[in-house]
Design a protein around this ligand. Structure first.
Ligand SMILES: NC(=O)c1ccc[n+]([C@@H]2O[C@H](COP(=O)([O-])OP(=O)(O)OC[C@H]3O[C@@H](n4cnc5c(N)ncnc54)[C@H](O)[C@@H]3O)[C@@H](O)[C@H]2O)c1
Ligand SMILES: O=c1ccn([C@@H]2O[C@H](COP(=O)(O)OP(=O)(O)O[C@H]3O[C@H](CO)[C@H](O)[C@H](O)[C@H]3O)[C@@H](O)[C@H]2O)c(=O)[nH]1
Length: 316
């Protein structure tokens, strides 16, 4: 297929682009490099530098595109609380420009990066797709709104769309991995402490109602996530919008993650307990039963492999 990948210079987009190229697809990456890196775009993909508003229609109008994979977004929960209008504009506004460009150029399939943050604080775990979406941050709210727009575009304009709600994405794929100027995610921060870039890992709260008092999350390897995108592309059906969770179905606490990082690196990695980070739910674990049932997808790589691959990337 000929594919447009928005955000393909970022962490997940670069990994999925590498996987798409390996499967023989042609890829154009559209990225404004606001949080991504030009050198993260895999060889073999063409990079167009620009925002979706500025450039999506011109690129799609070149013709021949079969589908879009839409990763481009702002995704810092804390920043979204501080600057909600920026997030509504950057996520919903830019996505609308992309969907309109698709409608006008007749590109009718899309796979979208949604998020566990669309659910907010869950009533029950594991979280199924039909759990009430009650985002607790503007970031989650913008992603949920984009899911809503996709439902409308499917019904009204015949778009075939799949939203994938990622839980905690981790790991790396060779030279493609997580390289954010502002890093909020746990595993890269623990590995940065292992490399001596931080004095210690900061554990945000050890008084949660969980077995060791630290938050539990559902970690999924970025390579497994990429496989789900390949399956989702084939599953885009005209006039339908489907939402799938992507997680492993199991959870690990912050304490467990740090222990696995110590095991994998062979380093002591000092940790200090700090206050809770505002807005963190105690436990977030996905039910990925729907995508297993419909598309036969299942997470295959466990936490040790995620940490080992992220460690290989961090040391490069
Ligand atoms: N990393 C996670 O654990 C996680 C979890 C849930 C959902 N997601 C979603 O997955 C997607 C990718 O996340 P990531 O961690 O790779 O983030 P990232 O910041 O590494 O990548 C995003 C990329 O999009 C580009 N971009 C942003 N806004 C743009 C715009 N308007 N026009 C063009 N390019 C733009 C950035 O320059 C960057 O290269 C995001 O949509 C994010 O919300 C990520
Ligand atoms: O230095 C750190 C970083 C994180 N944490 C803790 O580790 C857990 C995981 O935090 P991350 O920031 O790695 O991930 P989140 O669960 O907060 O975020 C993930 O889930 C969100 C939905 O809730 C969004 O989808 C977001 O994009 C995605 O990365 C949380 O309990 C957090 O408090 C620490 O203790 N120390």
């Amino acid at each position: 297929m000929n594919l447009l990948v928005t955000g393909g210079a970022g962490y997940i987009g670069s990994v999925v682009t590498a996987q798409l190229l390996a499967e023989g697809h042609e890829v154009v990456v559209l990225d404004d490099l606001s949080t991504g890196h030009a050198d993260a775009v895999p060889e073999g993909a063409r990079l167009v530098r620009g925002s979706l508003r500025e450039a999506a229609e011109a690129v799609l109008a070149e013709g021949g595109f079969d589908a879009v994979l839409h990763f481009a977004a702002k995704s810092l929960v804390g920043e979204s609380v501080a600057r909600p209008a920026l997030y509504w504009d950057a996520n919903l506004g830019e996505s609308l420009a992309l969907f309109e460009a698709m409608r006008r150029t007749g590109v009718a399939k899309i796979v979208f990066s949604s998020t566990a943050a669309a659910y907010g604080d869950p009533e029950r775990t594991p979280i199924p797709e039909d759990a009430p979406p009650r985002p607790t941050s503007p970031y989650g709210a913008t992603k949920l709104a984009i899911d809503g727009v996709l439902t409308a575009y499917a019904r009204l304009h015949g778009l075939g769309a799949v939203s994938l709600r990622y839980f905690n994405v981790a790991g790396a794929h060779g030279r493609f991995g997580e390289r954010h100027a502002v890093e909020t995610h746990l595993i890269p921060n623990v590995l940065a402490a292992a490399l001596g870039r931080h004095e210690a890992v900061r554990i945000f709260g050890a008084d949660y109602p969980t077995p060791d008092g630290t938050c539990v999350r559902d970690y999924v390897h970025v390579v497994d996530l990429g496989r789900a995108h390949l399956l989702a592309l084939d599953a885009c059906a005209p006039g339908a919008h489907v939402v799938y969770n992507l997680g492993s179905g199991g959870g690990h606490s912050v304490g467990e993650v740090i222990d696995v990082c110590r095991e994998v690196t062979g380093l002591p990695i000092p940790a200090v307990i700090e206050e809770r980070r505002p807005g963190d739910p105690a436990i977030l674990v996905a039910s990925s039963a729907a995508i297993a049932r419909d598309l036969g997808w299942k997470a295959e790589r466990g936490l040790n492999e995620m940490v080992a691959d992220a460690w290989g990337f961090a040391r490069r």
